[in-house]
Structure formats: C-alpha cells, structure tokens
Ligand binder design. Structure first.
Ligand SMILES: [Zn+2]
Length: 157
C-alpha cells in the first residue's frame, strides 16, 4: 500500500453507537484529512470536524517515517511468528525437554507461544492499517471515541 502525500485514513465523528445481541453497530460521519505530510519527521495539525466544528488535533508522519513504522510492525509480526513455535520445534528436536517440565511450566510455555502468535497477528493488522496518523493531545484517542466523538478510520481508496 503506497503512502500518499495526504493521509488515507479519515476522521470520523461518531453519531451513534449501539451494542445489541447481534453485535456492535456504530454510525459516524467520514471526513478526509486534506493535510499534506511533512517532508520529514512528524507534524501536528488541527482539522475542523465537519460535523461538530470542534478542532481535532492530529499528529501526521512524513511518508518516510510512515514506511518505517510499517516496516517496524511487519518485523514485529514476523519475529513473533518465528519465535512463537520455537518451543514446539525444541520439543520435536529434544523430546526429553518436554518431560523435564511440569504441567504448569508446559502450560505457560504454550500460553506464551499463543500470546506471541496473537501479538504477531495484531502487529500484522497494524502493519496493514498504519498510515502514520494519530490523534494527538496526549494519546486521548480512545477516550475521544468513548466520549462519542472522534476517531480515525481507514477507508479504501
Ligand atoms: Zn466532531
């Protein structure tokens, strides 16, 4: 996915959020972010929400910094998936290892492998959606969403 000169994520203003037995539904307005990326590093920019008129502060990375971010996520995913099955490989190569562990130890090793596997999955998803944009003002991204206001969403071009 190429990194555009402006972000491809959109600003959302959550209008309504509902949790039902069928799942979670959310209605929101979408607004593109027409802010050019800085040449290097990252820059702060305020975007006026088209729905409520409030300024939303964003931290936008340069194209190069965004690519670096994506590579970091991908490396973390690959590294997790290389390391995650290593206990199984070790047991295959040295079967006595498995018998030298107590049940609890075996469980925690397997649990650790699963955790790494899921972290790898998380990192892969971050790699795919990373666009170098964060909501700013001290990492209040999730709170802003919970307050029923703003967030970021990736929209297919
Ligand atoms: Zn708004």
């Amino acid at each position: 996915m190429p990194v555009g000169s402006t972000p491809s994520v959109h600003l959302i203003h959550v209008v309504e959020e509902e949790a039902t037995w069928q799942g979670h539904s959310m209605s929101f307005t979408l607004q593109p972010i027409p802010v050019r990326r800085p040449a290097r590093g990252r820059a702060e920019a305020a975007l006026e929400c088209a729905r409520c008129g409030l300024p939303v502060w964003l931290r936008i990375r340069s194209a190069r910094a965004t690519v670096r971010r994506r590579r970091a996520w991908l490396s973390m995913a690959l590294l997790s998936w290389v390391v995650a099955p290593s206990p199984l490989v070790a047991w295959e190569l040295v079967p006595q290892l498995m018998f030298s562990l107590s049940n609890e130890q075996t469980l925690s090793v397997i649990g650790g492998s699963l955790l790494l596997f899921f972290f790898g999955l998380f990192a892969l998803i971050r790699f795919m959606i990373e666009d170098g944009v964060r909501m700013s003002e001290g990492g209040r991204r999730w709170r802003a969403v919970r307050d029923g206001c703003h967030g970021l969403r990736r929209v297919p071009r």
